[in-house]
Design a protein around this ligand. Structure first.
Ligand code: GDP
Ligand code: MG
Length: 161
């Protein structure tokens, strides 16, 4: 069976946008208002000849729920189901309490975790530096909308499969 990649992170950081880019079709609806879309959750992708399944955990839980509960549930699901976890954060917001909560949860697992500061199109290096404070070795700033650096992210993802 194919390896599994899970996307976790707060509402509105860009998980659905990244999911769309990874699976290469516009099947997941992106909306400015958190919680109003019923996004597609599962998809298939391929990189460097390696096929894998992708889960957008943001589409599984009710985004109107308490945000801290919700992101913790996302992280727990990802740790159970996934081989590699991409923790999506928002470069414009910096590290938020909900991000800290996710980090705390993900550190309990020995699965590969890659932090992806999204919306990094203005200054990728600066954003990467800040998010190393979350305590994970791999931080790859991306722009899901523009596609910047998503190739580097995919290289790192398939390296762990
Ligand atoms: P989700 O709630 O985590 O699934 O986030 P979405 O993918 O729905 O995106 C939330 C908002 O962020 C939308 O308005 C997107 O257009 C915007 N967004 C997503 N990726 C980027 C990016 O790389 N750069 C910028 N500037 N905006 C983005
Ligand atoms: Mg979404």
């Amino acid at each position: 069976t194919k390896p599994v990649l899970a996307l976790v992170g707060r509402p509105n950081v860009g998980k659905s946008s990244l999911f769309n880019r990874l699976i290469g079709e516009r099947v997941s609806i992106v909306d400015d208002t958190p919680g109003v879309t019923r996004d597609r959750v599962y998809g298939e992708s391929e990189w460097s000849g390696r096929g894998f399944n992708v889960i957008d955990t943001g589409g599984i839980f009710d985004e109107n729920d308490n945000i801290l509960n919700q992101v913790v549930l996302q992280a727990q699901l990802a740790m159970e189901e996934a081989d590699v976890i991409v923790f999506v954060v928002d470069s414009r917001d910096g590290i938020t309490p909900a991000d800290e909560e996710v980090a705390l949860e993900l550190r309990k697992s020995n699965k590969a975790v890659i932090v992806a500061p999204n919306k990094s199109e203005d200054n990728p290096d600066l954003h990467a530096a800040e998010f190393y404070q979350l305590g994970f070795d791999k931080v790859i700033p991306i722009s899901a909308i523009h596609g910047a650096n998503t190739g580097d992210l995919l290289d790192e993802i398939v390296y762990h499969f």
